[in-house]
Design a protein around this ligand. Structure first.
Ligand code: 26Q
Length: 777
């Protein structure tokens, strides 16, 4: 699409020459990445500018998110520009394999699902010509890098992702804004990242704020030879965007976190007001006609009082400012779990952002006056979700079942007063990264069968349905085998574990959390191991169990689960009696790029949270689109996946939300333990010395069977769901023996996967929440 690859190559060579004094062949991966990145940035600049100017006077949407898990951009940018194959070819002709860019680090400015969703949405909006800009934070250090020590414990290292530079952003110092705190003022400096659409000239913008001091160096202190004091202001400012908080789904009320959230909110709103004034003059009364702002969970919820504060500073009264804020914002909720909901102690909040507290209190007063019974501030604590539901146009969940739970439970009181505000927007994933880029072999097969470019219109996948025959299943199975071979090479190199590509690949990749029940998976593997050794599973299809997960560094139980899985892996992989039947590997530093290797190679996708706990899940969608069957509960988007693909093509087990509701009061984990000797034998390995264990693992054991001071036994119903889980797991394993029958299920998952494109999701946000239309090119 009018990009000149030869020219990009020439620019790359020129960059390499004058910045590093090396040739294409001599360049390191990092040097090549810098140079190629800069060359691509130059070649897209016309289209980027044109996209910005086309939209200057139009209504637009803005996504504000504390996280963007964008991963590695070099391949996806070339892919979306339509130049990846030709660039590979040109480099190959010069003796350079572009695969060396696999050594380039991911941009991991996010924890997990919520951050990756933001990145998929940006890709989809750009590709669908929807005017959506992103606002976020440019953390100096992204999500920590993970290694396992010799005990199998998670070790964290800083993720210095800009160490070799960052060719994918431009620093726009002229758009710097000031953000004020009681004791200091900081600069928020924007870095703009282009969001390149696929199959369009359109390029949107992700604007990331980086904190800097007004005065880099205090010269008075410097002259007094007090060097530490001279740098104090600089450090204090830069500390704010120094590091991404590594918690996922647990809430931590930290001072610095308030500062991050306020910088994100204030800088983004100031920027919007500046643009609004330059396009429409100083009259701000029609602000909401031009700006639709989506809050990605409550992390940017201070944007609400901040907009009101800024409008009032411009002379508007509270009521009018409130009305504008209400029309501007909508809020997406990503969790129902109480411990994850943000609530700030007012005194703490006041010490960091006093004017924001005053406005929250005024909002709370108005709410209490107009709707007795509802409130935002309770027990000297501001509840950010309540604020977002009240001062917003819409609130949405991220899967049907989750949105229903919001109405029935979490926000029930609010739903009764404002039923028209509640919506569902089932998540999706971008088919460009999660099919086209990571699985070109499968993409080729599908293109060949249905013709045209289904990656721009995933609904076309349905055309596959009537075509699925034995021949196609065999072709699919061959591709799956190729993807497994590729993954085996990666795992052998990085983990030192040899897997057999003829095995079933059973995959659980996601953050490590008790509610995601990686422990249940581990227990079932130990159970299978013992049964194999006893000859109880004569027809077991050899299986490799693959885990990938990071734990929050302070989450002791999650870390104990990692250690336990690493130890059972060592025991099982070292036992020659089962080596032709069973392998277990927990890969280190699971991230976007690792996901791009693992997901295309999976046969079975483990989505095993207790019903009603996982808001949606998006890994489940990526695995489905790559032809894995779901071994899962009726939770989150699994419900819709099973509905689209047909229950008979998934392995669904466990208690439903209603069933859990019905049994929860009388539930006794120990009764299940006593009645199931397989489960008992496997669980006992947490304490009986079969695998090396420690205090933390016996704590896990007792939390399952006896509970802890702060909750009842088996909070996440591992034992309750275990019998149906192991039954479904072994049934899937047996079904795999019929390679054609199983492959057909896989293909039916792909053929019915269209709903899970984030193009569909983003079109629904645009139409039903933001009320904006695609721009024509
Ligand atoms: C909050 C306060 C302080 C520090 C950290 C946090 C914090 C950070 C990230 C809390 C939660 C998160 C991330 C949540 C998340 O990723 N949720 C996931 O969102 C996905 C996209 O909607 C869903 O598919 C997943 O089900 C949901 O778990």
């Amino acid at each position: 699409m009018n990009y000149d690859c030869t020219l990009i190559l020439k620019w790359t060579e020129a960059q390499l020459k004058y910045t590093y004094d090396v040739s294409l062949q001599e360049a390191t991966a990092q040097q090549l990445h810098e140079a190629l990145g800069q060359a691509i940035m130059m070649s897209i600049s016309d289209n980027w500018n044109r996209s910005k100017h086309t939209r200057l006077h139009q209504r637009k949407a803005y996504y504000i998110s504390a996280e963007y898990l964008i991963g590695r951009l070099v391949y996806s940018n070339m892919y979306n520009l339509g130049i990846l194959d030709e660039m590979k070819q040109l480099f190959a002709e010069r003796g350079v394999d572009l695969a060396i860019l696999e050594d380039v680090e991911d941009a991991a400015l996010g924890n997990g699902g919520l951050g990756r969703l933001a990145a998929c949405f940006l890709d989809s909006a750009a590709s669908c010509n929807i005017p959506l800009s992103g606002y976020g934070l440019r953390y100096r250090f992204g999500l920590f890098k993970q290694k396992f020590d010799k005990n199998g414990s998670q070790m964290e290292a800083a993720d210095d992702w800009t160490k070799f530079g960052d060719p994918w952003s431009y620093r726009r110092y002229n758009h710097t804004v000031k953000v004020e705190f009681p004791d200091h003022t900081v600069l928020a400096v924007p870095y703009d990242v282009p969001v390149i659409g696929y199959g369009t000239q359109n390029i949107n913008t992700l604007r990331l704020w980086q904190c800097e001091a007004e005065e880099e160096l205090d010269f008075n202190a410097f002259n007094d030879q007090d060097y530490l004091r001279a740098l104090a202001q600089k450090n204090k400012a830069e500390d704010i965007t120094r590091v991404l908080y590594p918690n996922d789904s647990t809430w931590e009320g930290k001072r610095l976190r308030i500062k991050q959230q306020y910088v994100l909110s204030s800088a983004s709103l100031q920027d919007m007001l500046r643009v609004h004034k330059s396009a429409h003059g100083n009259d701000l009364s029609r602000f909401a006609d031009y700006y639709a702002v989506q809050l990605n969970d409550t992390h940017p919820a201070m944007s609400i009082p901040e907009l009101i504060r800024l409008l009032m500073k411009e002379g508007m009264d509270f009521e009018q400012s409130f009305a504008i804020a209400q029309k501007t914002f909508s809020y997406t909720n990503h969790t129902v779990m109480g411990e994850a909901l943000e609530k700030w102690n007012l005194d703490l909040l006041r010490s960091v952002v006093p004017e924001i507290v005053d406005i929250i209190l005024r909002i709370d007063e108005k709410l209490r006056r107009e709707h007795p019974g509802l409130s935002i501030v309770r027990d000297n604590t501001a509840h950010m979700a309540s604020l977002s539901v009240y001062v917003g146009t819409y609130v949405n969940g991220v899967a049907e079942i989750h949105s229903q739970i919001l109405k029935d439970d979490l926000f029930h009181q609010w739903y009764e007063v404002f039923p028209e505000r509640f919506q569902n927007k089932t998540n999706g994933v971008t088919p460009r990264r999660w099919m086209g880029l990571c699985n070109p072999e499968l993409t080729q097969l599908i293109k060949y069968r249905i013709g045209g470019d289904f990656l721009k219109d995933l609904d076309r996948l349905a055309k596959l349905k009537p075509m699925i025959d034995d021949d196609m299943v065999r072709q699919f199975n061959d591709i799956k085998r190729v993807k497994k071979e590729q993954l085996c090479k990666v795992i052998a190199k990085r983990e030192g574990v040899q897997l057999n590509p003829d095995f079933v690949f059973d995959v659980q990749v996601k953050r490590l959390h008790e509610y995601k029940r990686q422990l249940m998976n581990a227990i079932s593997i130990v159970d299978i191991y013992f049964r194999l050794k006893n000859g109880e599973l004569p027809n077991f299809q050899p299986t490799a169990f693959i885990f990938g997960a990071k734990s929050a560094p302070g989450y002791a139980r999650a870390k104990a689960i990692i250690r336990y899985i690493n130890r059972i892996a060592r025991m099982i992989n070292g036992d020659p009696e089962v080596s032709d039947k069973l392998k277990v590997v927990f890969v280190q530093n699971y991230n976007c790029s690792y996901a791009e290797h693992i997901i295309p190679a999976a046969d079975i996708s483990e989505q095993i949270s207790p019903a009603g706990t996982e808001a949606s899940g998006t890994g489940n969608m990526k695995l489905m689109l790559n032809g894995a069957v779901t071994l899962g509960t009726l939770d989150g988007a699994n419900v819709e996946i099973a509905k689209e693909a047909g229950m008979e093509n998934e392995y669904i087990f466990g208690h439903t939300v209603e069933q859990i509701q019905a049994v929860r009061d009388g539930y006794c984990a120990r009764d299940v333990y006593n009645s199931d000797h397989h489960l008992r034998r496997a669980l006992d390995t947490l304490v009986d010395g079969t695998v090396p264990t420690d205090h933390e693992q016996s704590e896990l054991y007792h939390a399952l069977l006896d509970g802890a001071s702060w909750h009842k036994a088996d909070h996440y119903f591992v034992l309750l769901d275990y019998p149906s889980y192991i039954e479904a797991k072994l049934r899937a394993n047996q079904d795999y023996a019929d390679r054609i029958g199983f492959g057909r299920k896989c293909l039916l998952n792909i053929a019915n996967g269209a709903k899970f494109s984030s193009d569909r999701t983003i079109a629904q946000y645009a139409e039903e929440i933001w009320h904006i239309k695609p721009t024509q090119y």
